[in-house]
Design a protein around this ligand. Structure first.
Ligand SMILES: Cc1cc2nc3c(=O)[nH]c(=O)nc-3n(C[C@H](O)[C@H](O)[C@H](O)COP(=O)(O)OP(=O)(O)OC[C@H]3O[C@@H](n4cnc5c(N)ncnc54)[C@H](O)[C@@H]3O)c2cc1C
Length: 467
């Protein structure tokens, strides 16, 4: 018998914590999850992934953007879109998702303890919420996530100068918006507000954005966003944001001044470890509040694990869930496979981007010869039906063994389509599988076949000319 109250205490109910708790409960363990009652589901459900993706869906629907190729540039589902229109859908989905999380924890007899936890000693957690309590466990999983980083020189006022968590609390849609930081979150929101008709300026100190993606795809995205009146200021640093009654003026180091109704900062995120009293557990966080872990998600203190955004890259809900599950399995001696290296990246800009496997730059650097196969949505019947003439799917195929090495998708359904390529690559498949497979018609998935034929034709030409 253990001397502790629980087998496992999980700090944080986001995707990482939730899946760690459920996995342990399925193994018959006695589990408690600590989180604030108004944050069940984590950043993911309450302020991050789910609200931003629902907002995007509401924007796409109400603006009628995705139908304009078919019905004309003036097509709208609703003329004057308000924040209330957008929030109605967002709040509805958040409410449902919170219920799903609560029900899942309840069903599996996981106790939800309301409040914020901190270490008293390596096995004991003091929880402060609507009530105060102290609980202990054999194992602890830290899944406390992140909070937006806020440069100290900027006065955030929750009205005109906001971070990416606060943007959901805007009371009107700004006519103009400065987005500082062209990371994934910044550029997703930039594209949503641009689609709503805000004049958006994106300021980024680096010379490029989304460097990890295929450059051709990023170029296509930039083209589309410019078409929606987005202005990019790359290689520029913000030195001041002045807030007046009438709006804001953002001053750049180059002397440029940008007037806008609101400014959204998206300057990275900081690990939520500040109030954990980590020293009492024998742990320390890095400068950005993140914890280091071994391949089993174990911190230097053997019975304490950490998963999700608090351990840094890739900081996605998708990976956090698996990390949580694997940490619980490892703690309770269940055999585990490590997370596969083939993890998809999805960026929900308008239009969306997704990829899996290698990029052209990586293959070139490591001297792996490859050929490209491309399919354009405008050549697919489903592309015409859906009114998407800009989408494209690109395959990278090894010219030595014909294996699929990477898939890059831009346009409607990209974040779903990518999984076909992921599955083929995961099974070590070649481009010939895609050439020979029959796809439903008319579908966007058919892009795989078109791109595979394109790649094999090019490889054939190479063979012919080499004889
Ligand atoms: C705007 C935005 C959009 C995103 N879009 C996507 C996307 O499209 N796809 C994707 O895969 N990922 C996306 N992400 C990332 C995704 O939300 C995170 O990767 C994911 O939420 C991380 O999960 P987590 O388990 O680390 O916990 P989080 O979801 O970060 O939740 C952490 C929880 O811990 C709680 N907590 C903090 N401190 C304590 C404490 N001391 N005691 C108890 N509880 C505590 C918090 O209240 C919170 O509920 C997005 C993020 C943001 C901000």
């Amino acid at each position: 018998m253990s001397e502790h109250d629980y087998d496992l205490i999980v700090l944080g109910s986001g995707p990482g914590g939730q899946k760690a708790a459920i996995a342990a409960a399925k193994l018959g363990r006695h589990v408690a999850v600590v989180d604030r009652h108004d944050m069940v589901g984590g950043v993911c459900v309450n302020t991050g992934t789910i609200p931003s993706k629902t907002l995007r869906e509401a924007v796409l629907y109400l603006t009628g953007m995705s139908q304009r190729e078919l019905y004309g540039a003036s097509y709208r589902v609703k003329q004057d879109i308000t924040i209330a229109d957008l929030m109605a859908r967002t709040q509805h989905v958040i409410g449902r998702e919170v219920e799903v999380v609560r029900a899942q924890l309840l069903r599996n007899h996981v106790e939800l303890v309301d409040g914020i936890g901190r270490f008293v000693d390596p096995h004991t957690i003091a929880v402060e919420g609507r009530a105060r309590t102290t609980i202990s466990a054999d194992y602890v999983v830290i899944a406390t996530g992140t909070t937006p980083a806020r440069p100290s020189e900027v006065d955030f006022d929750e009205a005109r100068v906001l971070d990416s968590d606060e943007i959901l609390a805007l009371d009107t849609i700004p006519g103009s918006l400065v987005v500082v930081g062209a990371g994934v979150i910044g550029i997703e929101y930039a594209s949503m507000f641009a689609a709503l008709g805000s004049r958006v300026t994106v300021v980024e100190q680096r010379e490029r954005m989304l460097e990890f993606c295929d450059p051709e795809v990023v170029e296509s995205l930039k083209f589309h966003l410019r078409d929606l009146a987005v202005t990019f200021r790359f290689g520029e640093k913000v030195v001041d944001v002045a807030v007046k009654d009438s709006g804001t003026v953002t001053t750049l180091a180059s002397g440029k001044r940008i007037p806008a109704e609101a400014v959204m900062y998206s300057a990275g995120r900081q690990g939520m470890t500040g109030s954990l009293d980590l020293d009492k557990a024998g742990l320390t966080a890095d400068r950005r509040g993140r914890l280091s872990v071994d391949p089993h998600y174990r911190t230097p203190v053997e019975h304490i694990y950490a998963v999700g955004d608090v351990i840094g890259f890739p900081a996605l809900a998708a990976t956090s869930m698996d990390q949580g599950r694997l940490a619980a399995y490892h703690a309770f001696g269940e055999p585990v496979h490590e997370l596969g290296s083939l993890q998809p990246i999805g960026i929900y800009t308008i239009p969306e981007i997704s990829y899996c496997g290698a990029t052209e730059a990586e293959l070139t650097t490591s001297a792996v010869p490859y050929e490209i196969g491309t399919a354009r949505y405008r050549e697919l019947a489903r592309g015409q039906i859906a009114g998407d003439s800009y989408g494209m799917l690109k395959l990278l195929v090894s010219t030595t063994d014909r294996k699929l090495l990477g898939v890059h998708v831009f346009g409607t359904g990209a974040t779903d389509l990518v999984h076909i390529g992921q599955a083929v690559m995961g099974c070590g498949g070649t481009v010939d599988y895609l050439v020979d497979a029959v796809f439903n018609y008319p579908t966007l998935s058919e892009a795989y076949k078109v791109a595979a034929l394109d790649a094999t034709n090019k490889i054939r030409a190479l063979d012919r000319f080499s004889m």
